[in-house]
Design a protein around this ligand. Structure first.
Ligand SMILES: *Cc1c(COP(=O)(O)O)cnc(C)c1O
Length: 362
């Protein structure tokens, strides 16, 4: 890759080099925002955004997300308060968010789960009404849209992840997108120890910098991102057809009028299905197919949160149901053409053998 050679030729390896600056310009343009502040990963980007927004006390988040959303708060002495989700979209349920507001609440972090936009308008209304700050964890949502507008400009800021497992990657990396000049300036200081020029520290900070080689990877991958999305979308359609007539299995639909990377092929196993979700995952693993139960058992049941909030599940009935039913199927540009039908066949056989076993017992 010539961009990688270029980094080595430049002999400028990190500290806001030319690749990072070009990367930030390209991302900001793609997302249609004024500022993209590139970071070493999505988690540090979340932590820096949370601190720059001066969140404190309690912040409302979904439990149905990757653990980093909650950890980024807890790591800085802020209490994540878990709200429930809408089972049709897996995104925050605004009614549940309202229930979680207390005098200590300072903000809400919405997550655009599976690349589908959170209910941005409803969350913004709640935030305005209660004078809360609103930001988004957009780690799944690079290139996605909300009501036709590219994600990146909603709330006070939106945090992206460019981890290797995401639809678009810089090996490891992340960024905060915002239209707020002052917030962007603060985050730029924070990601570089508070340095403003040489020998001049004017702000508390940490080391959140993206390195040149990662920005070069990002610039190269930007060129192929659209073809990744096309391949994912074809895989998704193939799964939809292959799984259509398997009883107890449903594929989570996406809004066809919005952009989505289709990077997450999410199926749900109905509670009345004769074989459990875990049995199906085990059957797939036995055939060397790396299906995953993401986010299981829900962040509120992970440590330290399950010890801190042992009763959180009482308010999270939809989260608990979804966490018990979800399987994420493999996709991407390297998925062999036969794989979709193979996966569907294994699931079908697994379920029909479960039906047989159940009827022979009764
Ligand atoms: C991947 C991810 C993160 C963390 O990003 P990293 O770049 O891996 O640190 C945060 N939130 C969600 C929802 C994610 O999927």
């Amino acid at each position: 890759m010539s961009r990688l050679d270029q980094v080595l030729d430049n002999q400028w390896l990190t500290n806001n080099g030319p690749m990072v600056q070009e990367f930030e310009r390209e991302i900001a343009e793609k997302l249609g925002v004024k500022h993209c502040v590139a970071m070493c990963n999505g988690t540090i980007a979340l932590e820096i955004a949370i601190r720059a927004l001066q969140l404190e006390g309690e912040v409302i988040v979904p439990s149905w997300t990757f653990v980093a959303t909650a950890h980024a708060l807890y790591w800085q002495g802020i209490t994540p308060v878990f709200a429930d989700i809408d089972p049709a979209t897996h995104n925050l349920d605004p009614a549940s968010v309202r229930c979680m507001i207390t005098p200590r609440t300072s903000g809400i972090i919405g997550v655009h789960l599976w690349g589908r936009a959170a209910p941005v308008r409803e969350l913004q209304d709640i935030a305005d009404e209660h004078r809360l700050k609103l930001m988004f964890d957009a780690a799944h949502a690079f290139g996605s849209t909300y009501r036709g507008e590219t994600i990146g400009r909603f709330g006070a800021c939106e945090v992206l992840s460019f981890h290797a497992t995401k639809s678009f990657n810089t090996f490891e990396g992340g960024a905060v997108a915002t239209n707020d000049d002052e917030l962007a300036d603060t985050m730029r200081l924070m990601r570089n120890f508070g340095f403003s020029g040489y020998d001049n520290v004017i702000h508390p900070g940490t080391n959140g910098k993206m390195v040149e080689v990662c920005a070069a990877m990002g610039l190269a991958n930007l060129l192929s991102h659209e073809s990744v999305v096309v391949a994912n979308r074809e895989n998704y359609e193939a799964y939809r057809q292959a799984l259509a007539n398997i009883p107890g299995v449903s594929l989570l639909p996406y809004d066809p009028t919005e952009q989505n990377s289709y990077h997450y092929v999410v199926i749900e196993i109905a509670p009345e299905c004769p074989v459990s979700r875990d049995d199906i995952v085990a059957a797939l693993h036995a055939e060397n197919i790396l299906a995953r139960k993401y986010f299981w058992p829900g962040v509120h049941k992970m440590r330290p949160y399950r010890d801190l909030f042992p009763h959180a599940h009482l308010m999270l009935s939809q989260t608990e149901k979804v966490a018990e039913s979800v399987i994420i199927l493999p996709t991407g540009t390297t998925l062999p053409e036969y794989a979709v039908n193979t996966v569907a066949d294994i699931i079908r056989i697994c379920i029909s053998s479960g039906v047989t076993a159940a009827s022979s017992v009764s």
